[in-house]
Design a binder for this molecule. Sequence first.
Ligand SMILES: C[S@@+](CC[C@H](N)C(=O)[O-])C[C@H]1O[C@@H](n2cnc3c(N)ncnc32)[C@H](O)[C@@H]1O
Length: 367
Amino acid sequence: MHAVHAPPAMPNAFPPFEDESDASSVMSTSTRFPSAATSATSHDLEMRSASPAPSVYSMTSSLRAASYRREYGRGINNYSEVYRLPADDEEFERLDQQHIIFMEVMGKYPPPLAQILADDTPGEPKTCVDLGCGSGSWILDVSRDFPHCSTVAVDLVPMQALNMPPNMRSEVDDINLGLQHFFGDFNVVHARLVSSGIRDYEGLVDQMSQCLRLGGLLDLTEFDFRVYGVDKNPILTEGVSWLAQWMNLCHDAVHRNGGEPDAANHLRRWVSQSPVFEEVVYREFWFQTSPWRAGTDAATIRQNRISHVFRDDILAFLRSGRPLLLGSGLSEEVVDEVEENARVELLEARTQTYIRVENVYALRRRD
Ligand SMILES: C[S@@+](CC[C@H](N)C(=O)[O-])C[C@H]1O[C@@H](n2cnc3c(N)ncnc32)[C@H](O)[C@@H]1O
């Protein structure tokens, strides 16, 4: 086990964050591909059939509209009772901005990805799937950076991007229902921030492992619906931070809906203990929730700049959490009070708190 900082494997827009003290990384090591871009989307608004291969429909506007319903002023997917965060334009804008910060702090891709997706196997196109792709910011980047690869974006709602690259297709599916139709298909399997919609994340890790080709890369990133203090412990009691209190309400609501808010904390063990993986790498990233750090040195200035953008992400997330919290039985009065105080706390930038993001990547054994 050793701590290292990974250089980006691809020419990144940003290098990974270098400073250990904040927004930093700690790493330890311990076909069937019809390329039908843009309009073809596998889609089933009812429960998916037992058939291992989902049907493929043309994505019409009525099918698109049927994917959503309005709840508490936001567009919510119409498919899963577990995932209760919005899937509307405002949320996708938030996810796009969040993707940019993640690239700056974590690097664009995990180091092995470029080699694994290299165009070096004649007759066998490389393949990549993003499970719970959201706005598709990550898989769109992969599709453009590796145009020889076939890529698949899976989510509860159809991909919003109007001009998908020709090597990319979108599927609408609930990944809780199993991934048998993808077994053995992919060189890279990626999932980021999907835990609140996943019933059995450890079981999903097993399913994802079976989707990988031998030597393929699994790349998982999650956060744990907690807010941490400067001692890097989660703040679980009331009276310390309104943001922590708000996040703890979200944690409970996700759990009540059947999701796995704590999955981030177990990723490393689940992947390390699986006999099918090797070269397991674990990294954790600490994001300052607001620009509260004092100082004029370059590292502090950079951390505060990043946290400025990250604070906007959290402010938007406070709005995104309303359908989740109100739908879980909390009164509007309680939600309004905690949300407004968390908003003020973030804007004042005096409460020194962090969000912890955990990442694990590993290779599927060849033997
Ligand atoms: C917080 S967003 C993250 C999106 C994207 N991975 C990113 O990092 O920008 C979570 C996404 O996972 C999707 N999701 C959650 N549970 C899912 C499930 N069971 N099956 C498919 N997609 C799911 C949601 O619809 C949403 O788009």
